[in-house]
Design a binder for this molecule. Structure first.
Ligand code: MF3
Ligand code: CO
Ligand code: CO
Length: 273
């Protein structure tokens, strides 16, 4: 049983209720998410062989200072960096380090900027120089999986419809969906209700309504779906060490579909899979 609450009168902590946001929240999220998307756009030219993930962290920090935004991950639950960088078989929550990226690596960069109290959460994959065919295909499948999820994010559908759309497509491409991490409500809070699972059955979960704001962020593996978290308490890796990819958007449910707040022309799946 889930209930709903008007975001303007709700307490500012996660109460287990799903917030229904108004026009002011949509405007705030639009602005915050535009900052996140712009930083991720700029990183396309910055990420080349030899660059360290530490340097990506510095870039994300410097961008924040230039634009008057705050990286939400810094000091979040003990995380000490401005960004998550997840290379090759790292699934998510990779910690930036002083080690150069090499030709053929693929990595996820996950940025969340806070502007005016609103959180803009998005991540993309980057190819370091030329990558292998299997890696290229995994990235294309994962971006397309996110698009299937976004297309299912509309009033009348449920959260389970989003997960089902993603899972069906991914497994049809002989890849697997990570179960341990999910999308989440987002707004004035970084992680809020509802949970958005990237697998599931049609009609399961909660019914989507205009005013809901959440992320969709499927993690897709070339091998088995299972992950483990390393002893640093953050870095999640595939148990079979197969490659993993992730793309993330923040969306707001509208009367007839959803608005993709973190959209960018750099983040559109082609038909060439
Ligand atoms: N940005 C991640 C997400 O998509 C969360 C990162 S939390 C951190 O929800 F602490 F690992 F940075
Ligand atoms: Co997220
Ligand atoms: Co994120």
């Amino acid at each position: 049983m889930v209930d709903f609450i008007d975001a303007d009168v709700a307490p500012s902590r996660n109460t287990g209720q799903v917030r229904i946001h108004g026009a002011d929240a949509f405007a705030g999220m639009r602005a915050a998410c535009a900052m996140t998307a712009q930083c991720l756009d700029e990183l396309h030219d910055f990420i080349v062989p030899g660059v360290t993930t530490e340097a990506i962290d510095e870039y994300v920090m410097a961008f924040a200072e230039r634009h008057g935004v705050i990286p939400a991950t810094l000091y979040y639950r003990g995380f000490r960096k401005a960004v998550c960088t997840s290379v090759n078989h790292v699934v998510c929550h990779g910690i930036p380090v002083d080690k150069p990226l090499k030709e053929g690596d693929v990595l996820n960069v996950d940025v969340t900027y806070i502007l005016g109290g609103w959180h803009g959460d998005s991540s993309r994959m980057y190819r370091v120089g030329q990558v292998r065919r299997a890696a290229d295909r995994l990235l294309k499948v994962t971006l397309k999986a996110l698009e299937y999820g976004v297309n299912a994010a509309k009033p009348g559908n449920t959260t389970g419809d989003i997960g089902h759309a993603i899972q069906t497509y991914v497994e049809g491409e002989r890849c697997s969906v990570v179960r341990e991490f999910c999308g989440h409500g987002v707004g004035r809070l970084f992680h809020d209700m509802p949970n958005i699972l990237h697998y599931g059955r049609p009609g399961d979960g909660i019914r989507l309504q205009p005013g809901m704001i959440f992320t969709i962020e499927p993690m897709v593996n070339l091998g088995r779906p299972h992950v483990k978290v390393l002893s640093d308490g953050w870095t999640a890796v595939t148990r079979d060490r197969s490659l993993s990819a992730q793309y993330e958007h923040t969306v707001g449910i509208t009367e007839d579909g959803c608005e993709v707040f973190t959209a960018s022309p750099h983040m559109v799946a082609g038909d060439d899979i």
